[in-house]
Structures are given as structure tokens and as C-alpha cells.
Write a protein that binds this ligand. Sequence first.
Ligand SMILES: [Zn+2]
Length: 483
Amino acid sequence: MKKKKKFYITTSIAYTNAPPHIGFALELIQADVLTRHHRLLNEEVFFLTGTDEHGRKVAEAAAENKKSPEVFSNEISAKFKKLTKILNISNNDFIRTTDKTRHWPAVKKVWLKLKANGDIYKKKYKGLYCVGCEAFITKKDLIDGKCKIHQKVPQAIEEENYFFRLSKYSKEIEKIIRDNQIRIIPQTRKNEMLNFAKKGLEDISFSRPRKDLKWGIAVPDDNNQTIYCWADALINYISLIGYADNKKSFKKYWPADVHCLGKDIQKFHCLIWPGMLLSLKLSLPKKMFIHGFITVDGQKMSKSLGNIVEPLELVEKYGTDPVRYFLLREIPPTNDGDFTYQKFEARYNSDLAKGLGNLVARVITMAKNFKFQIPKSNLPVGGQNPKFKIQTDKTWRKHKKALDNFRFNEVLIAVWELISFCDKYIEKERPWEKSKNQKEVISNLLFAISNIAEMLQPFLPETSEKIFRQLKTQKSKPIFPKV
Ligand SMILES: [Zn+2]
């Protein structure tokens, strides 16, 4: 028997300084579509998500809420876990960086290996630290003395830290990005990262004094220092699959086939993470898929503006699949996109209720009214009308091409073109009027609908299953393998 191809996909892990907003929901949903798609291709897929819980930002948010970092982080992490459930995300596991059994041993092993390779050293450092970024930043990252991303004045810090010798791998990282050894999607992000690498990467602070930051993992051989949260967080991609004990699952799944992440953390993933992997002599992830930000009514989501859209509320109001549909259809996969309730309801009404819902209801009703025998098993119908078959095949080709290129919105555009093709066909053929080709027309429409349900399986799993149930076919299979 041919060995199944493996596919290892991750989201970034969500920072537990605040409850989830729709930006992370988008990332989860995008990764879930890829996951379900690869499972339908009969690959052995492992999909990992989780929460990043250490660092100053979490410690500060906990203090603001008058809670210990442990209690606060537990609460927020539980919300992210709940989010994966309500969005119908089919992740195989959920990693928490506070997990002392499954995560910490790998972080410590990595640290000691980097050190043994001569890539960790101690030095006195003076710099500007942005808590929002959880990183030292330079003058280039400032506008009017404030961090470009967080609009906050960074802290001037002078301390003795451990550094990671990223500069040593700078040339190699540049080459890796240029030659697509790690393919960065989209191209604009690749160019950005390549430009950074070309300028030469500097060594990066990899620890903080323990007296200033207790909320984190202590450096294995130096209790006075805490491992930098990124040098802890990035390890999640290898810790959970068993790097520390060199488990079978590690050998099987590493390297990751795709890391999904947002543009705000691309430097850590595209520059620092490869540097660490080069030092560890581990294979490099194959692809980095980078999405943009979601604005609300054209503005950045922020606590102070009070415009944060909570995905939990959205799902309670509209249901899971409408939220999945909106984010995949309306938000360009690799650019920024905008959310408004008007846009959401417009898509909901025109595409889901009227478009898809209406077509399926009409065709099933006609089939029942005319006592059309809906086949019990998979539908071999269709194809009697060559135009119909051609249109469906064309949609499948677009579906495949767009999905291979992470263009989720284009897949959905193609499927909805097929829906409107069916609508026009119905208007033209008027199958409710008794005619001799009534049977053929309905048969063609059932064929199209079963294909549409199949095309939507990775995107709108519940909706797709509902259609299959109405067609009484067995096409849909459970895709929640437990590990
Ligand atoms: Zn910042």
C-alpha cells in the first residue's frame, strides 16, 4: 500500500493578553480550510494551534485585571480553545506554552543546543523595548518617538542579556528566502523579508533578567534569566509533535508544510525562526502563508476605540458557517480587509440565504414534487447536458488552482458563479412546467448541487453536510481524527 503523504500545518499561537478578535478567527479558518482540503486528498494531516502565554505583555494585562498571570492566562487560553470549537476548527491538538510537560522540555533542549553550538552568548545591552511587539526595536521602527505598530513610547532598557547569534545565519537566510526554500506567500511579503535579510540581520536578545520578568521559562543553566517569549513561543511548532524526546511523530511531521501567520509577526517567523532551525540543524518549514489585518469600518480594531469585533458574539448571532463564509469571501487572503455589520449582512442575505440556500431548496423541492428518485448512494447523474458538465469541470479547475495558491476568496467566487449558472438554467428550462426533458433538467441540477456541496466541504463543512444529507448521499465523511 502506498504510504500516505503527510501534511503538517500550524497557525501562529495566540497571545493571551486579550480575548480573541476576528483577526485570529480568520487565521484559524484559513488554516482549517487547508487542513480539511488536504484531509479530503487523503493525506495524513496534523493541524496545530494554541496559545502563547509568557512575556511581559501577558504579565501586564494580568496585573491590570488584578489577576495572577497564571489565572489570567488560563481564562484567556480557554476562550481561544472555545473559539476553535465554535468556529468548527478541526485542529488535532492545542498547545499552551505554559504546558510544563509537553512544551517546556523542548524549549530547554533548544536553548542548550543553541548554546552548545556557540550561538548563545551574554552581553550588556542598551536598547528600546516595545512591550506591544515584545521586542527590542530600533529608531527605524519609530514615528514621533513611538512604535509604528503600537503607537506607544518604547521603554529604554539597559541590562545584561543572552543573545542569539542571528548575524551568523544572515547570508544563508537571505538565500533561503530568495530561492524559495521557504516559500513566503504573498510575494510582497517575501520581498519585504528579503530586503530585511539583505541589510544583514543583527544578533537578537534572547533573554530578560528574571528580576524584571518572572512570567516565563527560566534559562536552563542560569536562574537569573528568563527565556525571551519568542524563543519560547516559536518552539511550539516542534515541541508538541515530540522534539524533546525525538518521538516518531516528530520525525513524521517535521518540517511544517505551512505556517499560517499575520503580517505583524512575519519577521519572527521568516527571519529568526529559520536562524534557530539552521543552528539546530533541523529542516526548514516549506511555506509561510501571511495574512493581513481586519479593520472595522475602516479603522484598526482597538480597545480604546471600543470597536473590537468578538467572533464568539458574531457566531452566536449568525452561526458558524456565515462567519467562516464572510471572512473567507470578503477579506482578501493576503491583504487587509474591512469588516462592517452591513457588509456582513449583505453577504449573508445575498450569497447564503438567497444564492446557495435558495438554489438548494428549489432543486430539492422540485425533485420531491416530481417524485424524482434521488439516488441513494453517490450521485452518478449529470453529464447528460454537456454544457453542464463543462461548467462544473471548469469550476473544479478554478477551485483547485485558487486553493493551491491560498486564494480562498477566488474559490468561493468560482462556486458562486456555478450557483448563478444553475439559477439561469432553471429560469431558461422552467422545469416546473411539465415537459419531456424535466427529468434531465432536475438530474443535471442535482449533479451540480452535489458538486457544489463537495466544493464547499473545506469552507462550510456544516452547510455542505446538510446538502449531502438532503441529497441522501454518503459523500461527506467525518474529518475529525483524534490523535
Ligand atoms: Zn510595538
